[in-house]
Design a protein around this ligand. Structure first.
Ligand code: SF4
Ligand code: FES
Length: 149
């Protein structure tokens, strides 16, 4: 999305407007001034007509400066993106001799209540149980002479 692009929603659909593509062909406001009124700010009033009517007029825009998506579809897309990101997650865990577990990758750490603690790319998790910053390693394993392969 361009920095000047705008979006407007009525909760059911979101209308996108890309000023760069708009040739001010006037189609939208000749068809539906209750929604597309260039004299008003914001110039799109999503409560001015029914979703069906807005969709009909958006489709008439000759340059696709106006476009729309159903909010349900936007949510699905966002969910898919998250899942795709999730699929890219995957971490490599290395057991350090006499030391912590070094975790590398793209991962999230949750606490015992399932609350997200950190979204990280690299961390060391305590294996000796003596860290003062659990679940992370704070180097205490060296002081206590922890051994572990
Ligand atoms: S119909 Fe499209 S191109 Fe024409 S004025 Fe409206 S937004 Fe701009
Ligand atoms: S492993 Fe480093 S403090 Fe426990």
């Amino acid at each position: 999305m361009d920095a000047n692009d705008k979006k407007y929603t009525n909760g059911e659909i979101t209308v996108f407007w890309q000023p760069k593509k708009c040739i001010h062909a006037t189609t939208c406001y000749r068809e539906l001034i209750e929604v597309f009124n260039p004299r008003k700010r914001p110039w799109v009033n999503m409560n001015g007509a029914s979703t069906e009517e807005i969709v009909r007029v958006v489709k008439l825009c000759p340059t696709q400066a106006l476009s729309f998506k159903y909010n349900n579809d936007i949510r699905d897309e966002e969910q898919k993106e998250k899942t795709a990101e999730g699929a890219e997650t995957g971490a490599e865990v290395r057991v350090m001799e006499d030391g912590p577990l070094v975790v590398k990758g793209n991962f999230v750490i949750y606490d015992t209540d399932g609350k997200e603690l950190k979204h990280l790319k690299l961390t060391s998790l305590c294996r000796c149980g003596s860290s003062h910053d659990l679940p992370y390693c704070d180097g205490t394993h060296r002081k206590i002479g922890f051994t572990g392969k």
